[in-house]
Design a protein around this ligand. Sequence first.
Ligand code: MOS
Length: 746
Amino acid sequence: MEFTEPVGDTALDQRADGAVGKPLDRVDGPLKATGRATYAAEYAGFGEVAYGYPVPATIARGRIADIDTREAERQPGVVTVLTWRNVDPPHGQAPRTPDGPTSGKKAVPELGDARVDHYGQAVALVVAETFEQARSAARLVRVTYDPDLHETELRPNLARGAAPQGNDEADSLVGDFDSAFEAAPVRLDVEYSTPVQSHAMMEPHATIAAWTDERLTLFTSNQLVSAGAGSVATTFRLPRDRVRLVSRFIGGGFGGKLDVWSDAILAALASHRLKGRPVKVVLPRTHMFEMTGHRPQTIQRVRLGADHDGRLSAIGHDVWSGNNPDETFTEPAAKVTRTLYAAPHRRTTHRLVTLDVPIGCSMRAPGEAVGMLALECAMDELAERLGLDPVELRRRNEPDRDPEQGVPYSSRKLIACLDEGARRFGWQRRHPRPRQVRDGRRWIGMGMAAASRSVALKPSKCRLILRPDGSAVVELAMTDIGTGTYTILTQIAADLLGLAPDRVTVRMGDTDFPEASGSGGSFGANSSGSALYAATEELKQTLARRMGIDPGQARFEDGALVGAGLSKTLEALARAEPIEVVGDFKPGDLAEKFSQQSYGAHFCEVAVDMDTGETRVRRFLSVHAAGRIFNEKTARSQCLGGVTMGIGAALTEEVALDPRFGAYVNHDLAEYHVPAHADVPAIDIVFLPERDDKASPLKAKGLGELGICGVGAAVANAVYNACGVRIRDYPLTLDKVLSGPGEEGF
Ligand code: MOS
C-alpha cells in the first residue's frame, strides 16, 4: 500500500480494550533477563571461531610508511595479521567505500590502501585462536608513518566552512532576515557550542563473519540491517543477495550502529582470507570512540529579534560542524528552528568544516538534540530580557502553520504540553529572577524547554503467516535496539488480527526476512508497524475471498473473520496449510503536504552548590504528544533514557580532542562521563492522548528521540535560574559554573 491519504478508523481505533497502548511487559524480557537473548558476539555452533583484534592508527593524517608484522605473527596462537598489503578481498579487488545508509559514507574502506584519514583508523587486524592472544600480539605490530599536516580543531577553521556538497537543504531564507533583525526593538545575538559526544551504547560494536560459497553472513549489531547488507555488498562488489546480516538483539545503538563499521568489514576480510573460517571482532571500548562514529562538535549562532510584547519578527540560526574529508554528514542543528516558532523573517544555515578527525555521524536525534541546546536557551535569555515568563514567550510565538514550508501541521500539541507540564510541575512557584531560592549552601532553580523532533516514514515490507492453529507469525528485517519493537509489533498484530498477544510471534533482525526500515530516526515503530498493518489487510483480503465475502465488509474479531452475517475462525480458514502474505508499505506525499513533528515540554529543578559549582538535577518532568503510544511502558522507558542522556549532554558529556594527534583522549567510560544512577533523579513522563492520521495508518508519530530534544536546555535554564550563571559552552562543568558572576561563593 502507498500511504497517500489517511486510512480512517482501523481495528486499533475500534478495539476499546486492545493490547495496543497498554504497558505490556517486553515479550523478549525473560530471554534478556536470563541471558538467552543472543547478541552479536555470542553466536556459536558454526565451526571454530578465530578472534580478530584491530590495531589503530596513531596519526591524524598521512600514510603508512612501513608495517612490520613479523613479531606479532610469531606469537602463540596467531593465525594471521591482516594489513592493506596482504588483504585478500573477494575478486582480489580492494574493498570500496561503502555507502552509509544515513551518515554520508565512511572515509576509508578498511585496509583499502596505505592512507590514514584519522586517528584510530584500523591499520591491521591480528587474528588468533583466542581473544587474549590476538590482543597481546596486536601490541607487537610495528607501524611507521609518513604524517601529513592536519587540522582537527573546529573553531580556528570556521572560515573554511562550506555548505555540504549535494545537500540543497543546508540553508533556508524567508523574508528579509537581516533588515528585520536590525529593526527589532529587542534583540538577542548569542553563540552556543556543543562538544563531540559519544553514543556510548552498552553493547560494543561486534561482528562474527563467515563466508560459505562466496556468500557472506554477518552476525552483527546493526540498527538498519537491510541497508547494512546493501552497504556490505557494495563494499565487496557482491550481489545484494549474497550478504546476510543477522542482528536479533542489539544492546543500544543511538545512531552509532546505523552504519556498517570496521568490526564488520574487518571480520569479513579476515574470514575471507581464512577460506571462510568464522572470525569474531569485538571492538574494545577504547577503540570505539575513534574507530566508529561520534556526534560532531557544533558552534551555533542564534539571533532573535522581537517586539516588546515578545512576538518574534526575526529568527536566525547558523550552525558549523566538522567532519572527516569525504564525509557529508553535517549536524543539522538548525532544522528544528525552521518549524518551531512563528516569525516572518527567518534564516538558517549549516556549514561543514573538513577536519582530520574520526567520523562524525548521526547520534540520537541528530539536529534537534544539540540544536535545541542552543535555541531553547536563547528563548530563555530572550524571555528574561523581555521580562516575560518563558512558557508565555513560547505561547506568543505559536505558528498556525509551518512558517517555512507554508503547509499545515499534521498535528501539534506544543502548547498543551507546555500547559500540562507547567501545571504538574508547579511552575508558578518559580522565582523569575536568579539567585533567589536557597537550600542551605545550594542555589535552587527551575528551567523549562520545548521538545520537538521531526517525524519520518520509510518503506517497509512484512511477512505475515497464519498458522493452521490460528496463531500468527510476523517476519521482517526490522530491529529491536532495546526500544521494545518485538513487544509493540506483537501488540499491533494482536489488535489488528483480533488475537491475544500470546498468539503472535514476531521474528526480526535478519535480512532473510522481508526488507524493512530498521531502527533509526524514530521512524522504526511507525514504518515497520505500517508494513504489518498492510500485511494484515492483505491477509483479510485472502481470507475474505476464501470465505466468499466482500473484503470491504470483513473484520478480524476474537480469532475469527467476521462479515456479511458470517463468522469463521482463523483455524478453520487456514485449514491444514499455513497462509502467507507480504505487506508492502510505501510512504506517500503526506510528508510534503503536512509539516510533521512530535512535540513535548520539559521542566527541571536543579540545585547548584555554592562552594563547588556542582549541579544536581532534583526533579524532571517531560510531557509529550507523539501520536498514538503503542506501549506505555516501553515508550516511557525511551523517554527516561532521553532525559538521562540529556542530563549527560548538559552537565558532563564531552569527548576531548588532543589536536597534536587528532586523538580523543577520554575514550572510555571512566573518563567520558555519562550519567550514573546517582546523577538521575526521579523522572515523571506524561503522554497526552493524540492520534495523527497524516503520520501513518497507525496514527502514531516518532517518539524515541523526542525524549532527549530540549532536555539539556531545560537543565541549563534551571542552572541559570538557580545561580545566575549563563553558560553557553556545553557541558556545564563545575569550573564554568564557578567562573560565573557572584558575590557569595561564586
Ligand atoms: Mo538514530 S541517531 O537515527 O539511531
